[in-house]
Design a binder for this molecule. Sequence first.
Ligand code: ATP
Ligand code: MG
Length: 532
Amino acid sequence: MLPWTLRSWAAEINILWATKMLRFCAWRKNVTFDHQFIHELRDGVENMPEKNKKVLVEITEIGKIIDIKGDVITLKGMPGCVYGEILEFESGDKGIVIEFDEHKVIALLIGDGINIKTGEKAVSKGKSLEIAVSEDLKGRIVDGLAVLVDDRGPIKPETYSRVFKDAPPIMARVPISEPLKTGIKIVDALIPIGKGQRELIIGDRQTGKTSIVVDTILNQKDKDVICVYCWVGGSYSSMIKVAETLKKEGAMDYTVFVAAPASASSTEQYIAPYTAATIGEYFMDKKKDVLVIFDNLIKHAWIYRQISLLLNRSPGREAYPGDIFYVHSQLMERAGRMNPEIGGSMTFLPIVDTLQGDVTGYIQTNLISMTDGQIYTSTSLFNEGFKPAIDIGLSVSRIGSKVQSAALREVSRTIRLEYAQFRELQRLVQLRARISDKIAKKISRGQFLTEMLIQPVNKPVSEIGQILIFYAFSKNFINVMVAEQLQDFMRNIEGFIEEYDQGLMDTFKEGKELTKEIKAGLDKAFSAYLNG
Ligand code: ATP
Ligand code: MG
């Protein structure tokens, strides 16, 4: 503990002298500095006039590495460190503080750590982990610590932003009022997502989760939404596939790809989602709408569990550490819609795997409770050929349905119920041989609806297209079609009506309302299509 007299003297005289005094004491090695004093000193330096800062010697703390286990480094010394602070080692590597007590500090290694040794010195300058952000990040691939990894050269950072940040305060936020269109019929019509919402995508392996988020990104083309794709813990080859799809479809122009595949260090994988959120926040602060994808958070939880077990933290449920809820919730809370005077919005689509459809796992239930709804993908639906394999009964959106456009809401209102009834009837019919005409009609309508909801990958449907399709279904225009005719209809109808009656389409696109006149016009156009 620093003697009281020295402490008050340092506070009174001036920061520069205090620094010198500190260095003198360190040289004599006869005192240890307490946490609060070093922070007071650092705060003082931050608030000093520029002219004094020039002559000020940097305040540093020096510690020593006493243990290295994988990416986890234990040090002694440095009583003034804080969570998220950057340390520099003699070997040239860096570390980030993730735990400390009065005797030791634990840091995660940043860098390859080939030359790092115990006994080495570590220096802390009181800086927390920051990444360089700039408009130029659009179209680029960065690693989990926002270092550019594609071969297109460096960018000029506009500013540096802290990776571990608190969520925006309530006063800065406004209610979610705009839809974020995914271009996937089932989602936009039945489980709509709002800008600033957090919607979990949950399902077994290989059920089309990644395809849903990739399609959502493709649908943001020309919509002034910046996308950040955070790939964490997955295989390198699947990551390349996703990145190539985005590039091929022209979606990289407005996307930043944060790549922390399974081959990356555990530090990188642990930090990658926070990096993605920080990049998203940079654009949000510029009043842009941002969409951030986390693919996938179960792998992130695994990495955090691995780090925690190396730290000898006591394992809790499913061997995860006690703070795993906080690790994810502090991330999820960063999404939201800001007051238009302050910023734009940030929508999160985190993905999480389940094992054999079990949504009651620890991480899964945590994430369900901290998001505003979930899209559940099911293996059985996928195997039946119902793709995207979204289970409408188990999926929910707690916010987005309030912001759906009036026309889409009108035409899709009864679909969820109708589909649920159809599934129920289908189950019953398997047990009974004879069914009434009424039931048979309901089943065939249900089968048609199922066919209508099927959508191939990378083929987003515009909102107008969706309204037209569901409107035609509600008016029984298309229910006579066979599967192929229906797919043709869904592909071509928007273009057809545009040609048939440009004026009608223009008014419809402008107001997005199904007025009497528009309905009459559409009815005429549908008849023309069917007869033509
Ligand atoms: P993983 O658990 O391995 O990450 P995933 O749940 O992300 O898998 P995807 O990789 O998106 O699943 O999809 C698995 C396969 O299903 C891919 O080959 C993809 O092309 C196919 N698929 C996904 N959605 C559709 C769809 N709507 N229509 C046709 N095929 C689809
Ligand atoms: Mg996937």
